[in-house]
Design a protein around this ligand. Structure first.
Ligand SMILES: Nc1nc2c(ncn2[C@@H]2O[C@H](COP(=O)(O)OP(=O)(O)O)[C@@H](O)[C@H]2O)c(=O)[nH]1
Ligand SMILES: [Mg+2]
Length: 317
């Protein structure tokens, strides 16, 4: 396949799945060609809706996402799945392992699946996930379902980019309390109580109601949806609640606010990276950085003074 951004993005816009996969790789790499793709694709974006699905490992996110995607496809929507989770069973359009078999469903229904590894690079993850969504948007998907593990700041940041966040909780696991501690409960728009075939559903419901009653300035009251992902029970209800949330979000201005945050995330993170590497280059080529580090090592100056001096050198105060 041709590898230059012009041809790749043209093929992507014409509906080529291999071109989309290639563009996503370039975007994930974070290099100049990925940036060029983004530039060319951006005018074709603005329609996709992002559904974030998060929760503890093993909560049943992948199973639920699978069901959710199928339900949306039944409703005539084009759906992509973006799993930001190295342990995710999805790979290259199919699901690996014996837990979930989705490859046939994927190819029949045209659900596009992509896994992204979690990377630790400076701001390296969220902007790439966000930029990937622009590519999916340009490719004409109506929805992207973003699966992230609900632990760690990066994951919370990513799922915070979603138009609607579904928090998957499991009864009998102390999930309610854990989610509260992790701060993830604050970003949930909908609670999906998965594995409702387990004991403890009502206890979890009670916990969640207590948490919700403590919240201040509630504009949107998070619905609780009981699901059994493995049996595809409650999925239609969940899809309906997502639609209700998105309607509310559009009408209340929340949707616009989130889209603003989304582009802010992309632009600010990239800007931050560029500024940092530019500054570091300048400080390095003058030997200024080494000098400062050396002096901090030998205790001639302290780290705070070093930063201040380097900032002054760059003329940024
Ligand atoms: N009993 C029961 N098991 C489920 C349900 N949903 C998922 N599971 C199982 O839970 C395990 C973890 O599911 P998975 O979707 O990989 O969870 P993830 O780590 O959150 O993505 C798998 O063995 C699933 O079959 C459910 O509603 N009921
Ligand atoms: Mg998973």
């Amino acid at each position: 396949m041709a590898n230059n951004p012009e041809q790749l993005t043209k093929s992507l816009l014409e509906g080529s799945v291999p071109a989309l996969a290639r563009v996503l790789s370039l975007i994930e790499d974070g290099g100049a060609r990925g940036q060029q793709c983004l530039k060319l694709l951006y005018p074709h974006t603005g329609n996709i809706r992002v559904i974030g699905v998060t929760g503890s490992p093993g909560a049943g996110k992948s199973t639920l996402v699978n069901g959710l995607a199928e339900e949306l496809v039944k409703g005539g929507k084009r759906v992509a799945i973006l799993a930001v989770d190295p342990s995710s069973p999805y790979s290259g359009g199919a699901i690996l392992g014996d837990r979930i078999r989705m490859s046939s469903a994927a190819s029949d229904s045209g659900i596009f699946i992509r896994s992204m590894a979690t990377r630790g690079a400076l701001g390296g993850l969220a902007p790439n996930a966000a930029e990937s969504i622009f590519a999916l948007d340009a490719a004409g998907f109506d929805y992207v379902i973003l699966e992230t593990v609900g632990v760690g700041q990066a994951e919370v940041e990513i799922v915070g980019l979603a138009d609607t966040v579904v928090l998957v909780l499991v009864p009998g696991m102390g999930d309610g309390v854990q989610a509260l501690k992790a701060g993830i409960i604050e970003i949930a728009d909908i609670y999906a109580i998965n594995k409702s075939d387990f004991d403890g559903v009502e206890k979890l419901v009670k916990e969640l109601r207590t948490v919700m009653s403590l919240a201040e300035n509630v504009e949107w009251e998070q619905p609780l949806v009981k699901v059994i992902a493995t049996e595809k029970k409650g999925i239609a209800d969940l899809v309906e609640k997502i639609a209700v949330h998105q309607k509310w979000s559009e009408e209340s201005g929340e949707a616009q606010k989130r889209r603003g945050r989304f582009v802010g995330e992309v632009v600010e993170k990239r800007l931050g990276e560029r500024l940092f590497s530019h500054a570091k280059d300048r400080l390095s080529s003058d030997g200024e950085l080494d000098r400062a580090l050396q002096q901090v090592s030998t205790r001639e100056i302290d780290p705070v003074a070093a930063v201040e001096r380097l900032m002054k050198f760059l003329n940024i105060n």
